[in-house]
Structure formats: C-alpha cells, structure tokens
Design a protein around this ligand. Sequence first.
Ligand SMILES: NC(=O)c1ccc[n+]([C@@H]2O[C@H](COP(=O)([O-])OP(=O)(O)OC[C@H]3O[C@@H](n4cnc5c(N)ncnc54)[C@H](O)[C@@H]3O)[C@@H](O)[C@H]2O)c1
Length: 371
Amino acid sequence: MSFFNYFCKNTIDMSKLISHLSYPIYIGDFFSDLDAFIFQMQPKVSKVYILVDENTHLHCIPTLIRNSSVLANSEILEIESGENQKNLDICFHLWQTLAENNADRNTLLINLGGGVISDMGGFIASTYKRGIRFINIPTSLLAQVDAAVGGKTGIDLGVLKNHIGCFSNPEAVFVNPIFLDTLSNQEITSGIGEILKYSLIDRYELWDEFKSYHFNEISKWENLIESSLEIKTKIVKLDPSEKGLRKILNFGHTYGHAFESLSLQEKPEAPLLHGEAVALGIICELWHSVKKNNFPIHVFNEIKEFIFQNFRTYPIEEKGIDTVIDLMKKDKKNTEQNISVILLNNIGDVQFDSFVSEQEVRECLLYFISQ
Ligand SMILES: NC(=O)c1ccc[n+]([C@@H]2O[C@H](COP(=O)([O-])OP(=O)(O)OC[C@H]3O[C@@H](n4cnc5c(N)ncnc54)[C@H](O)[C@@H]3O)[C@@H](O)[C@H]2O)c1
C-alpha cells in the first residue's frame, strides 16, 4: 500500500460535507455516502452511465466499482484524454451513444475524471433531452479544487477555451484524495496552480502556508483541497452566475487561457496544462496590479520567483505577442475595446471589472518574455 493510500485509509474514514451551495460536496472516504445518495435520488435513477477517459478508466473505475454496490451495473462511456477532446464532435458522439442506448430522462451521468470530463460531461448531461442529472467525481487535483464545483460546464470552440457552455449544477460532488495517488507530477503541479490562485485572492495566511510546501509533498496539498473548496463555494454562493464577485476566480485566467491556447496551437504534443498556464497568467495580472493598483512590488517579486522556480514556463517569442493579444481579445469576459483582467491591491484584496488596454498588455508581455 502506498503512503498515500495508507494516509487516506487511516486518517479519513468517512466523508465530510460542505453545503454552502444548493448541492452537497462530500470530501474524504465518500463511497457509502455515494451509494446512499444515488439510492435516494427522486425520481429513481433508471440507469447510470460513467464518463471516463482511458486514464480514469484504468486507475479510478476499479476503486469506484469495488467500493460501490449501486454502480455495479453501470455503463462506461470512454473518451480519449486531453483538452483537445473537449469539443462538439465528442459531444455529438456521446449524445448519440446515449440516444442509441435509449437513455431516458431519469438517466444519471457520473463524470469520473479531471476537468475535461466534468466540464464536458456536465454540458452533455445538461443538454441531452433538455437535461439529465449528473454527479461529479473529480479525480485530478485541479478538478477536485476547482473544475468540478461551481456549475460551469462547457467545451472549447477551436482554440477558444470554454466558449460554448452553460451554467448547470451537478446533483452532488464527491471528492476523495485517494484518486490523486495515480496522478502524474505535472498534473499535480497544474492543480497547485489553481490552489495558488485561491491563496492569493483569499488571505496572507494561506499564501504563507502555500509557499511553505514542497511540490512533491502531495499529502500536504491535500490539506488545501478543503480550504480551496471552502473559498470557491462561498464565492459561488454569493454570485452563482458570475455577474460580479465570482469574477475574482478568474484571476490569472485572461493571460492563462491565452498562453494555454497558444501552446495548444504551437506544441499540441506537450501543451501547457491549465493550472501551469494560470500560474504564468498570475505573474502578468500581478504585473498590471503593481502598475495600476500599487500592489507591493516586493510581494510581486516574491510570487514571481516562486512561480518561475516551481512551474514550467512557456517560451513566447516577440513575434508571438500579437497572437497572444488576439487570443486575449477573444476572451468572453472582455468589453469591445478593453481586455478584462483581475487586479489585486494586495494579497486577499481583489478588484474585479478591471480592464487594460492593448498597449498595456503588450508592455506586460514584453516584460514577461524578458524574464
Ligand atoms: N468548470 C470550471 O469551473 C473549471 C475550472 C478550472 C478548469 N476547468 C477546466 O478543467 C480542465 C482541466 O482540468 P484537468 O487539469 O483535470 O485536465 P484533464 O481532465 O485533462 O485531466 C488531466 C489528465 O489527468 C488524467 N487523470 C485524471 N485523473 C487521474 C487519476 N486519478 N489518475 C491518473 N490520471 C488521471 C486525465 O486522464 C488527463 O490525462 C480544462 O479544460 C479547464 O478549462 C474548468
């Protein structure tokens, strides 16, 4: 037994409930809660489909099926892993499979995987027959701390990230760190990118705790899953459809999405992972924060050094700046003239609805590539 399994078996013997939202989030050893939850659903579930990719099929299905009697007769829907699968063709294929199998409106879809699976599975479920119920069981760190919670579902439109989609809530979310045991180091780092975001938008103490951890100490990062979910659910509760406050969860994402899209175009064989791109985006949005909001420069330097030391960077050439700007302009958060970013006055003191001009973005990118 790995240390990680041992840790989970011996320290978490039941799941804990977070219930700020209209649906429950169970954290820990959730298997008996999952069975009870599905069993009690009304109207009764007619059939369960579990959406996986080849990695979660291999690593997560056996644990799930072994521990759940309710899921013994479920059907598995498998897609290939990767962000480039989050598209309309794959949705079409999945809708068609459900239809060919006569899946009715009391069908339950379980999304067992990372953010690609929960984003796309949530979208498929919300649109099939005008909506069937779904449950998220996130298995990557990034999905456990972020993607599986909050009701954003969707797919990419070419290189445009998450351009098609809708807000739609799962019936419940079940989070168990035991699944992280088989996740690659690079995927763990990507999840840590989103945890970094939470620590900077929330409070100094969390940033202090965050920077004290080494990236290979996975059990320590588990401590931050719950704090991250607490932060996200409290914000989402106040602003479920991102009219105002929820926008702060996009900190680092305007630049991050553009970096992620650029790397998908230029290096599809080894693109930046979502959380890695967000970490680089955080450097850029903090750079604007220093210029426009007097964010303390020494704190900026500390965070920048931390990110460059711990996350993979991406070589943007000067001639690539226009491409990044074009990608940023297409971000769905922008107004006609300006590019929307999230700025910080200080750690934990966040300003949403901030905009920067194309010229300011150009200066920031020149700074970024000079580092
Ligand atoms: N909806 C939201 O609020 C929200 C928030 C953040 C990110 N996202 C989306 O989430 C996606 C990124 O999520 P991700 O990083 O989880 O990507 P992912 O779903 O591609 O998973 C990453 C990789 O890890 C593998 N994997 C997952 N769980 C595993 C496990 N337990 N063991 C071994 N391998 C495992 C997957 O097969 C995949 O290869 C992006 O599409 C992003 O846009 C959505």
